[in-house]
Design a protein around this ligand. Sequence first.
Ligand code: BT5
Length: 319
Amino acid sequence: MRQTILKLLSEQDTYISGQELSERLGVSRTAIWKHISALKEKGYEIESIPNKGYRLLNTPNRLIPEEILRNLKTTTLGKKIVFFEEIDSTNTQAKESALDYPEGTIFLAEAQTKGRGRLGRSWSSIPGKGIWCSVLLKPSLDPTFAGQFPLLTAVAIAETFHNLGVDAKIKWPNDLLVDGKKICGILTEMGAELDRINYLVIGFGINVKHKLEDFPKEIRTIATSLEMVLKKEVDRVQLLCDILLKLEKYYFQLLKEGFEPIRKLWKEYTCTLGHEVKISRFNELPLFGKALDLNPDGSLLFELPDGQIINVHSGEIGL
Ligand code: BT5
């Protein structure tokens, strides 16, 4: 209901009367008035003049579901939004209720108190500055395909950044860097049986409005934000809507055509291939060698100093 009221208000430059709204929505004028009051409380500036009606003056510059749904052009992703002003971690929430929500649901928070990175690392997620979002997907695929999803997400986000004029590079497997500093991290988690994915939760954290001093001291030298790079304001709502649209496009493409088109795009955006790198691995000795190619399954083709070629499925790259 509120979404429709907002749509009608934003389509019109002039006033729209309470009577007209109540007729078009089939509810009483008191109900309309209550919805308008609730919207004002959320930060919408709505002028109401007796005998004239309502007029939308300003929308809140916040990442709230009403604003996202007003701008979203997807068919599936983001059509259902679970929003928290503050939560431990959107990935944790998405995983806990994955079976209760449909594919495409997004879990979104203005702040995370226990934002998570990979392998138990933490993700700094201060209020109002970033996009802290988890997308729930339920592809009918074998779990061996799961590794393609963070790569696909990195491509969708890198491409959106490029359209904004930000030259972001993907560090294998899925960190996004600008001038060597991390601007976005992706954490993909899965619920699966041996031969079937039940759900995937793709969490991405994007630093948007941070100034240098907004980052905790320990990551100030390694982190950056879109506004630090662009030196102008970035609209988080529009950015999230653009990312979801691209993510949806590539997700459907992956289901239809397989990974190859995404792999090609990933290779265009990466800064890893062709370089001598060190790969730190969980519970194993680090590897030194040359990153040769991205394999069709998302693993890295890697040449060791003795010329041996191996596939690396997971790890952390230091350039
Ligand atoms: C990641 O882990 O990069 C994945 C981050 C995913 C965050 C999203 S936010 C929405 C969803 N809900 C969650 O709880 N998580 C996801 P990893 O590659 O392990 O990188 C973690 C490392 O990045 C940390 O150890 C820090 O060094 C650094 N770091 C932490 N916060 C950062 C930030 N805001 N910007 C840049 N670097 C950061």
